[in-house]
Design a protein around this ligand. Structure first.
Ligand SMILES: NC(=O)c1ccc[n+]([C@@H]2O[C@H](COP(=O)([O-])OP(=O)(O)OC[C@H]3O[C@@H](n4cnc5c(N)ncnc54)[C@H](OP(=O)(O)O)[C@@H]3O)[C@@H](O)[C@H]2O)c1
Length: 333
């Protein structure tokens, strides 16, 4: 039996893990929700960790509002750095309890061998971001590349990495450009916007047939940035890759796991509308034209030099996400 504690319940990645582990009869899963346990509340985190007594913590919770963090870096740090430090402290308390019953049956039971005193500690798997890099490279970033975050969110994620690695059984998984059928993400936003443009064009075409002149039936194009390149990652693919990594009994440290390949947001948007059958043109825009508050890396594709599991290509993730969204839409009608 493995006891899993998932922080950030309700989020994209937490939901993907919960769905994946629901199929494992040897998994006991506890979900940590923000309403009950704010990561910034040291005592609440300690209570939740003690109650779950996990073998593995999948720490997906985070302050993820990249632009809002620019004007509220203190909150981003309090959640991402401070919240992770609270988890580490709680795991320390748990490990110090003489009656603690954990660690010998997790997916990493062989980690480090019997002589490693840390081998029985619960694993803390924390998720970080490609935004810890400055984006000046022209080849995929690997684990040993030096982070140099340009945004408040990126700085808070780097601080989270360091807080995670303070735990002797700490694992940081850097990933990128996450999307899934739930929550708010780029794939869902493009599907919604393109769908709205198609519906508006249909309305206009209806007006034309009524004899109202000068109205184009073509959907208004979308504009998407083409000067940021990264590795779009389907959350269920990432969840499967992380579990595969854990089954190998990985050494503590940093691992890069993201959708295979790389593309710009523009290419990603074009892939989405094409696969979704939405006849909307997607035109390029620059990051400067978009004028978002947070700077983002121009290039932040991820690859692993540590043999981390390789995920399916990003466009397979898009196809899987659109299929899941179409299935959800069918169910709700
Ligand atoms: N999304 C991306 O593109 C991306 C890219 C690279 C790395 N990552 C990292 O991957 C991880 C998972 O991302 P995701 O997209 O699945 O995130 P998400 O969907 O935004 O979910 C984050 C979860 O964290 C919870 N949370 C926020 N503040 C909290 C607090 N103070 N205490 C407890 N819980 C709190 C949120 O709860 P509420 O919704 O109730 O606030 C939400 O359930 C995060 O570490 C993120 O930084 C994400």
């Amino acid at each position: 039996m493995t006891r899993w504690l998932i922080t950030g319940a309700g989020g994209q990645l937490a939901t993907a893990f919960a769905d994946l582990l629901a199929g494992d009869p040897l998994a006991t899963v506890t979900l940590m929700r923000e309403e009950e346990t704010d990561l910034r509340d040291t005592d609440a985190v300690l209570r939740a960790v003690r109650a779950a007594a996990p073998d593995v913590v999948l720490h997906t919770a985070a302050y993820t509002a990249v632009d809002a963090a620019e004007s509220d870096e203190a909150t981003a740090l309090a959640v991402n750095d401070g919240g992770t430090a609270n988890l580490v402290a709680a795991l320390g308390h748990l490990a110090a309890r003489p009656d603690a019953d954990r660690g010998t049956h997790g997916p990493d039971a062989g980690r480090g061998g019997h002589s490693d005193p840390d081998a029985d500690l619960p694993l803390l798997v924390s998720f970080s971001s490609d935004y810890v890099f400055d984006g000046h490279k022209d080849r995929p970033y690997v684990e040993s590349d030096e982070p140099s975050p340009q945004s408040a969110y990126g700085r808070s994620k780097l601080a989270q990495e360091r807080a995670t690695l303070a735990w002797p059984a700490g694992i940081v998984v850097r990933t990128a450009w996450l999307f899934s059928p739930i929550g708010t993400n780029f794939v869902k936003t493009i599907v919604r916007l393109a769908g709205e443009r198609v519906a508006q064009a249909r309305e206009r075409a209806g007006g034309e047939s009524l004899g109202i002149p000068n109205i184009s039936p073509r959907p208004t194009p979308l504009r998407v940035v083409d000067d940021q390149v990264g590795s779009p990652t389907y959350a269920p693919h990432l969840a499967a890759g992380v579990v595969e990594l854990l089954l190998r009994g990985p050494a503590p440290g940093i691992y890069h796991i993201a959708g295979s390949g790389a593309c710009s947001w523009l290419e990603l948007a074009r892939e989405i509308v094409t696969r979704a059958g939405l006849p909307v043109e997607v035109l390029p825009q620059t990051t400067a034209e978009l004028g978002r508050p947070a700077p983002r890396p121009a290039y932040s594709a991820l690859a692993s030099e540590r043999g981390a599991p390789v995920l399916p290509p990003w466009h397979d993730g898009v196809a899987a996400c659109l299929a899941a969204l179409a299935g959800d839409a069918k169910e709700s009608t």
